[in-house]
Design a binder for this molecule. Structure first.
Ligand SMILES: Nc1ncnc2c1ncn2[C@@H]1O[C@H](COP(=O)(O)OP(=O)(O)OP(=O)(O)O)[C@@H](O)[C@H]1O
Ligand SMILES: [Mg+2]
Length: 262
């Protein structure tokens, strides 16, 4: 569904990305990991057509991302790393989810019943429907993030691109978000690309892990990765990764991986 070939992006004579290539199939759940400044945000912006690479091609269903979006034959949901919602605005949770439907001077107009039901459905999916009538400024950071996820799903996209959706979300809710995203892939065939620093837990839920640090150091299933070697290569020597697995006792994380360590 998504094919990147030889993507290089140069800024101020510096390579931000170098010769990155990968395929993502429809319905796959992919995590992009890598240290700060590795080019993760830059790469996902290229995937959704917000940035053009200096070299290389990116195609979604055979066409460039802009064309894919313009045709509306497939919508992309995007959660940027930096908030696009001003959380101090006097808006309610429902307004934020329905933001796509907002037009100037529409604050006093009622939304359609179907729109409200759809918004409430996605708030329920992300476990935040109980705050539907709350002012967004009264939500915690993690709650705001879950509202943003519901907003991303409102138009029922085919592809969901999430840039660190789990910042400010507690560990238990992180797991719930991963479980929810996994179900979206399995039950609705949605393709999810998620940038995260939560390496240990996410490997239980995703189909593929991309380890990025300017170059793509690997792109394979979580069980095929030699973590100690790969992560030292990508993150450097001073890292101690915990992989959750079947032998986890007293561990809040579920089971998907039987490799080792925790
Ligand atoms: N507009 C820009 N102009 C010049 N350099 C930029 C620009 N945007 C990003 N960069 C540089 O590109 C590199 C990659 O940035 P990017 O935001 O993609 O990293 P990241 O992997 O998402 O990091 P983080 O984990 O901190 O979010 C960084 O060195 C950054 O300083
Ligand atoms: Mg980033």
């Amino acid at each position: 569904m998504i094919r990147a070939q030889n993507i290089t992006l140069v800024r101020n004579n510096k390579k931000i990305l170098e010769d990155v290539g990968f395929d993502v199939k429809k319905g796959e759940f992919v995590a992009i990991i890598g240290p700060n400044g590795a080019g993760k945000t830059t790469l996902v912006k290229i995937v959704i057509g917000l940035l053009k690479p200096t070299d290389g091609t990116i195609k979604i269903n055979g066409v460039e991302p802009e064309e894919f979006i313009k045709k509306r034959n497939g919508v992309i949901g995007y959660l940027p790393q930096k908030a696009i919602v001003n959380w101090s605005m006097p808006l309610k949770v429902l307004d934020v989810v329905l933001i796509e439907k907002l037009s100037p001077f529409s604050f006093f107009r009622k939304y359609s019943k179907e729109d409200v039901e759809r918004a409430e459905y996605w708030l329920e999916v992300f476990g935040i429907k109980n705050r539907v009538n709350a002012y967004i400024r009264d939500l915690s950071g993690g709650e705001q993030q879950r509202v943003s996820l519901a907003r991303c799903m409102f138009n029922e996209p085919e592809i969901l691109v999430l840039d660190e959706p789990n910042t400010a979300v507690d560990a238990v809710y992180n797991v719930k978000i991963y479980e929810t995203l996994r179900k979206l892939c399995d039950n609705r065939d949605i393709t999810v690309i998620m940038v995260t620093h939560d390496i240990g837990a996410v490997t239980m839920y995703v189909d593929k892990v991309m380890c990025l640090n300017i170059k793509l150091h690997c792109h394979s299933s979580p069980s095929a990765i030699n973590y100690s070697e790969m992560l030292k290569r990508v993150y450097g020597n001073n890292i101690n990764i915990v992989i959750h697995g079947e032998k986890c006792n007293n561990c809040i994380f579920g089971v998907r991986d039987d490799r080792n360590t925790h």
